[in-house]
Design a protein around this ligand. Sequence first.
Ligand code: FES
Ligand SMILES: [Fe+2]
Length: 365
Amino acid sequence: MGTSSRGRISIDSDVARAWTLPSHLYTEADAFAEEKEKIFARSWQVVGHHDQAANGGDYFTAELAGEPLLMVRGSDGKLRGFYNVCRHRGGPPAEGCGSRKLFRCGYHGWTYDLQGALISATEMEGVEGFRAEDFALAPVRAEEWFNFIFVNLDGDAQPLRESLGKLAGQVEKFAFSGMKRCERRTYEMECNWKTYVDNYLEGYHLPSVHPGLNRELDYQAYVIEPYAGHVRQSSPIRGAQPGDTTARRYAEAGEDLTADYFWIFPNWMLNCYPDNISLNIVLPLGPERSVAIFEWYLPEEQHGSAAARASVEFSEQIQREDVGICERVQKNLRSRSYSRGRFSVKQEKGVHAFHRMYAEWMMKD
Ligand code: FES
Ligand SMILES: [Fe+2]
């Protein structure tokens, strides 16, 4: 174990003895800079979804940990990722998204093929030792899982599927492969990205913060299961109860209907309901600012339906409630009165698992 510029970060492995991460890690610029290198530049990050690069030649640009990226589907069907940085003097080989046979740099026109090879650099005659093969676009690791496209800036990171561990099998029961993205919304938040993740990882706040959601779920039967690189939270969905005055979203809820909430280290989440799945990604913008990206996936024939709108509005309401409490908490984490707290053994195993993973990644050299 190494030492972070912040000193040792240590979280007891026993939730009953552990304290939460110190609050300065949620507010200070040097912790933020270190997370970018040790966590965001080393973990698998969702940068797009399949339909953005479905056919050969389709491409889109993205950004990860400040790095400009170019994702492109080759004519061989393989998805590849590159730094979107021209090897001449740093111009942009691609802008936005679309479909191309070649990428032509917007600065002096060097052209690259779909595999990143430099195929033409005009007026470079007489340059000593210049060989086009030495100036291919620098690749990044790209992989796909379900509808999502991932990138990892770390050449030594374990393959995506290995890093997902048991997640793949757990998500299978939801009919995800038949769903397509029908809506995307972004929410800027005045809080650290970890404040948002902490909040996501417990249902402890449901009765106070989300009375509407709490009506749909069986709070008493809420389970939290930490795994090596992710946390599963699951709750049976309640059917209509005798004496109910408000309508239930799942009136016919049976025994095996669950809402499963997966968080995958460090910053992405899948909310799985019987009839829709939403993806959340929280991206740090600054020590105390972040953006939550929400995407809703439904079977295509349901796009635009009243049920689809209801699903989106339902999560929108929950999101507004979460942003409200996260921004309040962020402000309070700055208080001189506060540094660390304790975990509820029953309710906060997920938050504890996140803090353990965070400490481990930040302590790597
Ligand atoms: S920087 Fe790309 S061609 Fe000059
Ligand atoms: Fe919440």
